[in-house]
Design a protein around this ligand. Sequence first.
Ligand code: SF4
Length: 479
Amino acid sequence: MDYQRCVKLLGDSMSEECGIIGVYSSEKRELARSVCYGLYALQHRGQEACGIALSSDNKIVHHKSLGLVSEVFVDSLVNSLPEADIAVGHVRYSASTQDKSIQNAQPLVFNGKRGKFAVVSNSSIINAKQLKAGLLEENILFQTSLDSEVFGVLINKFSKNGYLDGVRHAVEMIEGSFSTLIMTRSKLIAVRDKFGIRPLVLGKIGLDDYVVASETTALDAVGATYVRDLEPGEILVISSKGLESIKWSNETKHAFCIFEHVYFARPDSVIEGQSVYKARRDSGRLLAKNFPVEADIVSGVPESANVAARGYSEESGIPFIEALTKNSYVGRTFIKPNQGQRESAVKIKLNAIKANVEGKRVILVDDSIVRGTTSKKIVQMLRDAGAKEVHLRIASPIVKHPCFLGVDMQTYNQLIGAYRNAEQICDIIGADSLAFLDIDMLEEACSNGHYPHGFCTGCFTGKYPVEMDMKELDKQFND
Ligand code: SF4
């Protein structure tokens, strides 16, 4: 449960939908175990369901279920799965309650025109509804509410000359963010949207085996060496012929989700050569430089804001001392509580360390504020424990806009910052002061000379890489 990001998942939460991994091996081996290790390393990207599909002896077998990787893939199950030469795995977070069924767990396995194939995806296809309506007209039935199924159906529909051809056609039709793996009986096909919004990296094991995964942390877990990030608008085919890279769009642009650096990605991951840990530490340093305040201690909201808090402490010279401790042993039932439950859930998950905060002026660093409910509870918690002052410093700008590109914050009403400035938010939260990092500073921290490309900053700036009818999407996502 280490990476369940207790506080964020409890209340002031944004959660992303999914982590994916695929392994291509030059010879049959126990790939289920490798994929499991990779999924453990991606568990922070989704805790609701998980699954693995294996290509073995020209057949595709799969297992998926609701629950954590450790709960679903117990040793006896993993041992019973066949050796394989290709495998894909998925961990899932679902944005809405009606999505929480086993049917919506991935991999999705299709009985296609050219044999079975499996799809795992970290995606948000904004025209899925329209595409689905057209496919329904053609009497194509759907089993799930996933946009990945629309993707799979399109791949099959256009696969007259093989599934790669189907993929090439499908990617031309879908709009939004997607990092997706397609496993056929002989190929692993990886594809990334033309803006590279969601992460996807390639790694290598030995001479001929390859791994593609959401984050480098999964490469580390399976013993793969990082090769490169997939390019925006790239299709990468891995087969017995080796690697083939195809550029499927000439209109590519780098617009990587900057929130991966702020919160989603694990701190030990590296994205486009930039260490997530370093990006967070530098964000904290910039916060301290630009928004100083006199205080006795600096602390982070565990776990995700601890790195930025250390950066703040290093820059300001104010000691980093834990003000809060988290309970890592609360069950999954607390991961996505409703609004009412959120209130008490925060207290169960987090507690103030009285000995560290009593009589102290505390700078509390958090990575972001979305709804604001958690921040308010935490400030009160610190005051109840005797803190003399509580100054909040946020290592990202105010979240002012929703995200329709794969992150679960899809209405303006969910966002405390949608219609309020920092001063008004500070009043609601009850802190002595509140400051947010500017977007330029955040981009500087996340770039650091290693990432010469652009970011998606839509939820902060309202500028998205994909053209979107915000009113229509608001209606669609919140129907
Ligand atoms: S809108 Fe925000 S959360 Fe969504 S993809 Fe862009 S940066 Fe990421």
